[in-house]
Each structure stands twice: as C-alpha cells, then as structure tokens.
Ligand binder design. Structure first.
Ligand SMILES: Nc1ncnc2c1ncn2[C@@H]1O[C@H](COP(=O)(O)OP(=O)(O)OP(=O)(O)O)[C@@H](O)[C@H]1O
Ligand SMILES: Cc1ncc(COP(=O)(O)O)c(N)n1
Length: 272
C-alpha cells in the first residue's frame, strides 16, 4: 500500500510531511511525498517559510505518480493559489481518495497559507476532496460564517458538501468542550459524531496533520471513509494520550502509541 502526502516540511518533525510519513508508516503504509514548502520550525513556533515553485511541485508529483501505484493522497499546507492549482492539475483525473486538510494557521499563530488563497482552496481543491478535515477556525474561514454551535457547524458542513466534498469532518479540538468530539457529515446525508475524552495537555503540535494522515493511510488500505475516520480517531487519541514530552513548547504527539498499544481507546459513536 502506498500513500502520497502533498504538504510542507516541519523541521521539528511533529507536523507536516514528517507527521504524515510517520503516521503512514505506523499504519503499515509506504509514504511518498511532494513538498510545497520548507519551514524552519520547532515546538515553539515557525521561524521561516520557503515555498517551492509550482513547477518544482509539479516535477515531484510527476515523479511520484508515474512510478508508484498510489492508493490515497492527502494535502496539508498548500501555501498559495499557484501551488493549489498545480496540485489540482495532477490529481483531478486520478481515481484515488483525496483527503484535504485545509491547513491555514499554525498553533503558534503563524500563517501557513496566503490569505487570498482561500478562494482557490474552496473552489479548486474542495470539489476534488473525498474527505475534508477543517478545524473550527478553518471551517469559519472557508464558509465566511462564525461557528459557535452544532447548528452553525451543520450549516457550514452543508455549505462545504455543496462544493462537491464527499465527507466533511468538523474537528472539535478547538471547541472548549469536556469531550473531544468530531462531527462527520456525509454527502449521503448521514451524520455521526465521534467522541473521546479531552486530554488536558499542551502536547498537541501536529494533531490535525496526524489525524488526516491516519484517515489517508486507512483509505490506502481500502477501508471505507467511515471506518477510516473511526480508526484515525483512535490513532490521534492515543497519540495525544501518551505524549513524548519533547521540545520546550507545544510538543508533538506520539506517533508510536497506536502500534505499540500503549493504551486502549474507546471511541463513542453517535448517529444523528
Ligand atoms: N486535547 C485533546 N484531547 C483529545 N483529542 C483531541 C485534543 N485536541 C484535539 N483532539 C483531536 O485531535 C484531532 C485533531 O483536531 P484539532 O482540532 O486539534 O485539529 P487541528 O486544529 O487542525 O490541528 P492542528 O492545529 O495540528 O492543525 C481531532 O480528532 C480532535 O478531536
Ligand atoms: C509544515 C506544517 N504543516 C502543518 C502545520 C500545522 O500544525 P499545527 O497547527 O499543529 O502547528 C505546521 N505547523 N507545519
């Protein structure tokens, strides 16, 4: 099984390409990558960003796609509209699931996507997505509306589904509720929630990248979208629950915890 991540490099290893490839590996999936940008980054923040050219991104995508039988693709930090259009050009004719994690701003507040690229993300990337995994601020930016309740979340999800996304996972990491609940809205009209206890921790650098990479790995293994999201929720919960305690800021999650069976994870499943 082979998966491809199209994202930025995190020199600190907790997010971006590094988180994605570690996550693929932990699921027994071979990881390939096309880099959109290099970041000089650690658990304390993003110090510098250098984007690649669209041409160079295209060359990486061609190199990977003409040689490997890629079974699922994910996108993370896409930086700007030109890189998004290049990605769309290469993936739009492929018959493989595409997970779009609409990365915009790092935990430390640094911008990982140009503001004006949001329209291209919405109108060019989202129509190609099998699964889109916005956190609340990203969903607000994509829809232009504030989200403070389940009703707001549902309205936003339907707005994204109307663009052609097959499945929207609204991640509740940023809602200050007692539980960490993600709400999943499918094109078919099915809605379900996945809930795990919220862990009180600062070790959350790269949670979004890690979760969406786990969904991608499961899809590469042939799982359904629903199964992939449920398994990914277990993976991210264990990665947050058994932190490595490295770095001086927002530490990375523990990508080994799931395979090493460091603990159990009950995901509470609720149909709507
Ligand atoms: N403290 C926590 N305890 C348990 N689960 C959490 C916690 N924080 C986030 N999660 C889960 O981790 C996954 C990623 O969610 P989150 O909202 O943090 O993504 P994100 O904001 O996109 O991450 P990032 O900031 O890395 O881009 C979701 O399944 C979410 O419910
Ligand atoms: C290269 C790259 N991609 C994505 C993130 C988002 O992760 P976080 O919000 O946890 O900082 C990041 N920091 N760096």
């Amino acid at each position: 099984m082979i998966a491809l991540t199209i994202a930025g490099s995190d020199s600190g290893g907790g997010a971006g390409i590094q988180a994605d490839i570690k996550t693929f590996q932990e699921h027994g999936v071979f990881g390939t990558s096309a880099l959109t940008a290099l970041t000089a980054q650690n658990t304390c923040g993003v110090h510098d960003v250098m984007a690649v050219t669209a041409q160079f991104l295209g060359n990486q995508l061609r190199a990977v796609l003409e040689d490997f039988s890629v079974k699922a693709i994910k996108t993370g930090m896409l930086v700007n509209a030109a890189l998004m259009k290049e990605v769309a050009h290469h993936v739009q004719t492929l018959q493989v699931p595409l997970v779009v994690d609409p990365v915009m701003i790092a935990k430390g507040g640094e911008h990982l996507m140009e503001d004006e690229a949001v329209e291209t993300l919405r109108n060019v990337m989202l129509p190609l997505a099998t699964v889109c995994t916005p956190n609340i601020p990203e969903a607000e930016r994509l829809t232009g509306k504030k989200i403070t309740s389940y009703a707001d979340m549902k309205r936003a999800a339907h707005q994204l589904l109307s663009l052609g996304v097959q499945c929207v996972v609204m991640k509740g990491g940023h809602l200050h509720e007692k539980a960490a609940t993600d709400y999943v809205f499918m094109q078919s009209g099915e809605v379900f929630a996945l809930e795990t206890p919220r862990i009180d921790t600062k070790q959350t650098h790269g949670t979004g990248c890690t979760f969406s990479a786990a969904v991608t790995a499961q899809l590469a293994k042939g799982k359904t979208v629903r199964q992939a999201i449920i398994e990914a929720k277990k993976y991210i919960h264990l990665a947050i629950a058994y932190p490595l305690h490295i770095g001086h800021g927002y530490g990375p999650t523990n990508h080994f915890a799931y395979r090493q069976q460091l603990g159990q994870c009950e995901v509470h499943y609720r149909e709507y």
